[in-house]
Design a protein around this ligand. Structure first.
Ligand SMILES: Cc1ncc(C[n+]2csc(CCOP(=O)(O)OP(=O)(O)O)c2C)c(N)n1
Ligand SMILES: CC(=O)[C@@H](O)[C@H](O)COP(=O)(O)O
Ligand SMILES: [Mg+2]
Length: 634
């Protein structure tokens, strides 16, 4: 542990230690915790801004609530670094997101303080409600459940499903809305504007504190006084807010907004709220990146800045080197603009990932044709379907893992109607440090079994551009193009577009001993493995199949007539994926060759670098080489 760790923080090995502190020391602890997070994340990349924004909230929650008996659920969980550091993981925090280190998100298997596994947004209210009702069924006296959800995550439909149910329950769940007016990019939509209105509403805020103080004192009296408090409060809020409070109207008691960086006041309010019955929401106002100037000034970049100078904040190692292959996302972002300039029917859609997907390039150049719909993947798909049925050509860009949330919409709203929606699944495959909740390893399997769906994966940046170009044709129906996080291999990627024949693969290299069939960027590993095999006088034919659906059956017939040993490779689950599709082909056509399928095995893959994880799964260059040697011996 870095010797520069503050003396108070050094004394805290669990929240029980924290709860021994006098209230006057809480601010100093927050300063030490904030500096520790900055120091650690500066050299071990992770999510910075969100964690800095909830330092005071984290300290206050563990100070007031009897954790781990009382349970905290952190929505998304990218803001939980302070939580992890205060709950006994300070000395392991340098392993955060590293191979076999602690996870970057709360994980029950990692700590009893991590009450619920998270990573995808908008789940915390539903989980907290379930847990709160379970405690009352189990008659666990005085056990409290708290959900912390950001304003961005509150734009997710699932959050409203949870609110709706919580409002009609008599559970004591506390929902803390951490409002910093940011998602990764600035937050969008009516919810965001509504929250801004509350936090800026002068009349409401002017009177609120005094009235609350007065009414709060009544709270200590019997149920009649409590009802009076609730009625008066609700009426006051509705009148002063000139519109009914969204949460109060649902039946959830609303408190706030209050300053989310005043740790002593927060602790007082949390202590008051802890004993108020029924579902309630505390609205706090925070700043993403709080306490680190550069992070406050550029909140999107410092959401996850990579390595940076802990003193100046300067980011270390700019990736925009023109002599290096580009990020796939930037190939997408630039290519959709090129295509949209030629085809006025093209529009772009992202659920709250403009920067992560690079759709922000189109949003800047064509603001009326590119849409950030908030953290709302199901809506993003059906919104795209609505535009497609009117004759537009939407490129709906959703990370593979987040697309899982919209599976029914893909089937029900797009595929059945055979609409021209082009699904650009970024982060396809093992993503690395974000781990099991974020690996995009299921999309080849989950897209392949949908009728009318074309399922493709480019081997490199040029192929990505050509698939995007090909997909826009009229009457194409739903088209899925998946590509990985990070960079490809082609520095010279801006080539003229070429139409790709649907369902056609291509031969990359000749060979006679065995055939290696790849999909997507595993083709790059195979190319290198073929070269290593050649050093052993083994010649492997390599085919880039390009499409999982429709499969290139003509090419497969040729391959299975020519080779009695075949390997398939995919950066995705083996069960139901590309290799399974080839196996089905073999069964249907009575192919007798020996087939080995390389890919992600039937278990969740933890965090690490993509290289470490691909190695563990056995489909990196070495894994392919090894499998080839083994299949030839068999
Ligand atoms: C379903 C889903 N979609 C997208 C994301 C990517 N994502 C991670 S954090 C984030 C923004 C969250 O905003 P907010 O809840 O306000 O938290 P803040 O970062 O502001 O603290 C997004 C979009 C995700 N984790 N889950
Ligand atoms: C926490 C979260 O879900 C996002 O911040 C995600 O980690 C972004 O992933 P990329 O870094 O691949 O854009
Ligand atoms: Mg936010």
């Amino acid at each position: 542990m870095d010797e520069s760790v503050g003396s108070i923080l050094k004394s805290i090995n669990s929240p029980a230690d924290l709860r021994q502190l006098p209230t006057e020391q809480l601010t100093a602890l927050c300063d030490e915790l904030r500096q520790f997070i900055i120091d650690e994340v500066s050299s071990n990349p992770g999510h910075l801004g969100a964690s800095l924004g909830v330092v005071e909230l984290t300290v206050a929650l563990h100070y007031v609530y009897n954790t781990p008996y009382d349970q905290l659920i952190w929505d998304v969980g990218h803001q939980a670094y302070g939580h992890k550091i205060l709950t006994g993981r300070r000395d392991q925090f340098h392993t955060n997101r590293k191979y076999e280190g602690i996870s970057g998100f709360p994980k029950p298997s990692e700590s009893e303080y991590d009450a619920f596994g998270v990573g995808h947004a908008s789940t915390s209210i539903s989980a907290a409600l379930g847990m709160a009702l379970a405690t009352s069924i189990k008659k666990e006296d005085d056990r409290k459940v708290v959900a912390v959800i950001g304003d961005g995550s509150m734009t997710g439909g699932m959050a409203f499903e949870g609110l709706n149910n919580a409002a009609s329950s008599n559970s004591d769940v506390l929902i803390i809305l951490n409002d910093n007016n940011m998602a990764i990019d600035p937050n969008v939509g009516g919810v965001s504007n509504y929250l801004l209105n509350i936090s800026k509403s002068k009349p409401y805020n002017k009177l609120k504190n005094e009235v609350w103080e007065a009414l709060g004192k009544l709270n200590g009296f019997g149920p009649k006084a409590r009802r009076l408090v609730q009625k008066t409060e609700g009426a006051l809020k509705s009148y002063l807010l000139k519109e009914s409070n969204l949460f109060e109207s649902l039946g959830i008691r609303y408190f706030g907004p209050i300053d989310g960086h005043d740790v002593e006041y927060l602790s007082k309010v949390l202590r008051d709220l802890r004993n108020i019955k029924g579902p309630k929401l505390l609205h706090i106002i925070t700043k993403k990146g709080k306490g680190f100037k550069v992070a406050e000034l550029n909140q999107t970049v410092y959401h996850a800045p990579g390595k940076f100078d802990k003193n100046t904040g300067e980011i270390i190692g700019c990736e925009c080197d023109l002599n290096k292959p580009p990020k796939f996302q930037n190939v997408f972002g630039n290519t959709i603009v090129e295509l949209a300039e030629q085809n006025p029917k093209i529009v772009g859609v992202t659920p709250a990932m403009p920067t992560g997907s690079s759709l922000n390039i189109m949003m800047e150049k064509m603001p009326d044709r590119a849409f950030d719909v908030g953290i709302a993947e199901p809506h993003a798909v059906t919104f795209s379907a609505g535009m497609a049925i009117q004759g537009l050509v939407p490129y709906c860009n959703i990370y593979s893992t987040f697309m899982q949330r919209a599976y029914d919409q893909i089937i029900h709203d797009v595929a059945i109607q055979k609409l021209n929606v082009i699904f650009c699944l970024d982060r396809g495959g093992l993503v690395g440090a974000d781990g099991a909740t974020h690996h995009g390893v299921f999309d080849l399997a989950y897209m392949r079994n949908i009728p009318n769906m074309i399922v493709s994966a480019p081997m490199d940046e040029i192929e990505l551009r050509n698939l995007m170009f090909t997909a826009q044709q009229d009457n194409m129906g739903p088209f899925s193009i998946r590509y990985p996080r990070g960079c490809g291999c082609k520095v010279e990627w801006r080539q003229p577009f070429e139409q790709i024949p649907i369902g056609k693969g291509r031969q990359i290299s000749e060979g006679k001993d065995l055939a290696i069939l790849t999909i997507g960027t595993t083709g790059i590993h195979a190319t290198r493995a073929v070269k290593s095999l050649a050093n052993k006088e083994i010649t492997a034919a390599h085919y880039d199949m390009r499409f999982v659906k429709p499969l290139d059956e003509e090419l497969l017939h040729e391959i299975f007539q020519k080779f009695d040993r075949v390997i398939t490779v995919e950066d995705g689950v083996i069960q139901g994926g590309f290799g399974s599709a080839v196996l089905e082909f073999m069964a249907t056509h009575g192919c007798k060759s020996k087939l080995v399928r390389l890919g992600v095995p039937d278990r969740f893959i933890e965090h690490g670098t993509p290289e470490e994880l691909q190695r563990d799964c056995g489909f990196d260059q070495k894994g392919i080489y090894q499998a080839a040697l083994e299949i030839l011996q068999g």
